[in-house]
Design a protein around this ligand. Structure first.
Ligand code: HEC
Ligand code: HEC
Ligand code: HEC
Ligand code: HEC
Ligand code: HEC
Length: 400
């Protein structure tokens, strides 16, 4: 009996704790010397900002959740969200006993949580050792993405990648299928789907993709097409690094790339007093997808012969989330989704407006917001990065 308990408690500890990342691999700085290009590219991506200390929207969302629902414990939420936002966290859950100590404000306990939640590795975001130390992926799509809980990390110091013959002086290497093809499984570890504590689905990019029956994967658009380059700039005296077929580590998003222009077409036409904007979504998922408060905005201003504004129209593609009182809230607290005007994958939609009397020309803009203005204010987001309107096209059209 005693033996059983010892074994059991060792197992329990193992399940709740993961090993801390060694100083040798903890941030992308450790890789800079030999993977400079990759590292610099990755730094431009949102993956490098996934820790609450580097992301005003994420941080304010956590604080908002606790403010709105005082039974939630901030540190416990941080651990819960880290599953995907910082999956090398050493604590997988907060034990009941620790919750009480945290609630009671025991200093020692608070300090320990503070340390666990703010390691150099975690502050570095979804970095190299998150993806490249993934040995196996066990994704159960019926449960959705579970971040760290759907992977088995390998031994520290082994970098898994797409090649079977890579040799490095700094780390071991091994080939894994999840880096090789267009298969999206690696991305689905966090981007397939997930629900909030009320069972409301708040992310569904991978599910949208599966439901479209798509096969193209995510890398062509969000990394790049394969091209001949180098996996490492390191070379043994005299030798050149080996040319390799590689992709860019840009994890392209609205703010660091032109994917909006490349994969979403906007056209205008006028006929019989109507002005039509046609939107063609060439992506295999909804637009906008992912985080639930994104907005795609079509804005039309009408002018008369003397360039005086005579009217305007606005069409917003977005979701709206409400709490049990029917008041607008953030996806993570929502009891339901009250509205969804987004455009499905590989779909074309026409938005037709009546031209006001006297209008001779129109100006339309096609833009994007990372979070709706109203909810940004409600949560208290202040970083201009999130408050800005990203404008992708702006055209002047003569109306016949
Ligand atoms: C979100 C997951 C993810 C992160 C984070 C990530 N990588 Fe990768 N990496 C990949 C994928 C996927 C491939 C395979 C690309 C392909 O199809 O060729 C890859 C390929 C590579 C390769 C092989 C060369 C190539 O381009 O195919 C190297 C080297 C590499 N990564 C290093 C790094 C370093 C260094 C970092 C941190 C600065 C990093 N990676 C961060 C997913 C990631
Ligand atoms: C001292 C140089 C050096 C450092 C530092 C270094 N690497 Fe490498 N790495 C290499 C070389 C060399 C290769 C093999 C390149 C080739 O074969 O084309 C490589 C290959 C890789 C691969 C591809 C493995 C495969 O089998 O496909 C990955 C992934 C990778 N490194 C990740 C990292 C990460 C993450 C870090 C930082 C924690 C890092 N490397 C630090 C030199 C280095
Ligand atoms: C370990 C979990 C995880 C994995 C694996 C992962 N991502 Fe992410 N990804 C995230 C999180 C979390 C964010 C949001 C980060 C932020 O904005 O703070 C994100 C952001 C992004 C964004 C930017 C979205 C935006 O907000 O602008 C893109 C694009 C993206 N990921 C693509 C990919 C692709 C492609 C892959 C597979 C090669 C991948 N990701 C793998 C967790 C992950
Ligand atoms: C044909 C190109 C294409 C493919 C393939 C594609 N995407 Fe996208 N993705 C886009 C475009 C364009 C956007 C910007 C519009 C938007 O936010 O919805 C986007 C947006 C995103 C975002 C949100 C970015 C943000 O700023 O919030 C995520 C997350 C994402 N894609 C993940 C994926 C994943 C995961 C896959 C694979 C299952 C994938 N994408 C496949 C083109 C593509
Ligand atoms: C199942 C994995 C997963 C979990 C768990 C998760 N997230 Fe996310 N989160 C993501 C992914 C993937 C993205 C990127 C989607 C996109 O940008 O469109 C993201 C993006 C976000 C963003 C937008 C960030 C930005 O830079 O624009 C916020 C805010 C956010 N999550 C809050 C939370 C909070 C709060 C929790 C915990 C209650 C949480 N997330 C738990 C996967 C997850």
């Amino acid at each position: 009996m005693k033996l059983f308990w010892i074994v059991f408690s060792l197992l329990a500890v193992d399940m709740l704790q993961a090993e801390e990342i060694s100083k040798k691999y903890e941030t992308n700085e450790n890789c800079n010397a030999c993977h400079m290009e990759i590292s610099k590219r990755w730094e431009t991506s949102r993956h490098s900002n996934s820790h609450f200390s580097k992301n005003d929207l994420f941080k304010k969302s956590l604080e908002y959740m606790v403010r709105k629902n005082p039974t939630l414990i901030l540190d416990e939420m941080k651990v819960e969200c880290a599953k995907c936002h910082n999956p090398r966290i050493t604590k997988k859950t907060v034990a009941e006993k620790d919750k009480y100590l945290l609630l009671m404000g025991i200093e020692e306990n608070k300090e320990e949580m503070e340390r666990v939640l703010n390691t150099e590795n975690m502050k570095n975001g979804i970095n190299c050792v998150v993806c490249h130390n993934i040995d196996e992926i066990h994704l159960d799509k019926s449960k959705g993405s579970e971040g760290m809980n759907s992977v088995k990390f390998g031994k520290q110091g082994t970098m898994f990648g797409p090649f079977d013959d890579a040799v490095s002086p700094y780390h071991k290497t091994a080939q894994r299928a999840h880096f090789m093809s267009d298969d999206p499984t690696l991305c689905f570890v966090c981007h397939h789907s997930a629900s909030n504590s009320h069972g409301v689905e708040v992310y569904a990019t991978g599910k949208e993709y599966d439901e479209m029956g798509s096969k193209e994967g995510c890398k062509e658009c969000h990394m790049s097409e394969k091209f001949e380059g180098f996996a490492s700039n390191y070379s043994v005296a005299g030798d050149k690094p080996k040319p390799r077929m590689v992709r860019e580590h840009r994890f392209a998003s609205v703010d660091n790339s032109n994917i909006m222009i490349n994969y979403i077409d906007v056209k205008s036409s006028t006929r019989g007093g109507k002005f039509t904007l046609t939107l063609k979504n060439k992506t295999p998922h909804f637009i906008p997808t992912g985080y639930g408060l994104r907005e795609i905005i079509l804005h039309v201003d009408y002018f008369d012969r003397s360039d005086k504004k005579v009217g305007e129209e606005k069409k917003v593609l977005a979701s709206k989330w409400v709490d049990d009182k029917g008041e607008e809230t953030i996806p993570h607290l929502a009891k339901s989704k009250s509205k969804d005007t987004r455009l499905a994958g590989n779909t074309t939609e026409e938005y037709t407006f009546d031209v006001p009397k006297g209008a001779t020309h129109a100006k339309y803009t096609f833009s994007y917001r990372l979070i709706s203005e109203k909810m940004a204010k409600e949560i208290g987001v202040t970083d201009p990065f999130f408050l800005k309107e990203y404008i992708f096209s702006e055209r002047r059209i003569y109306l016949d």
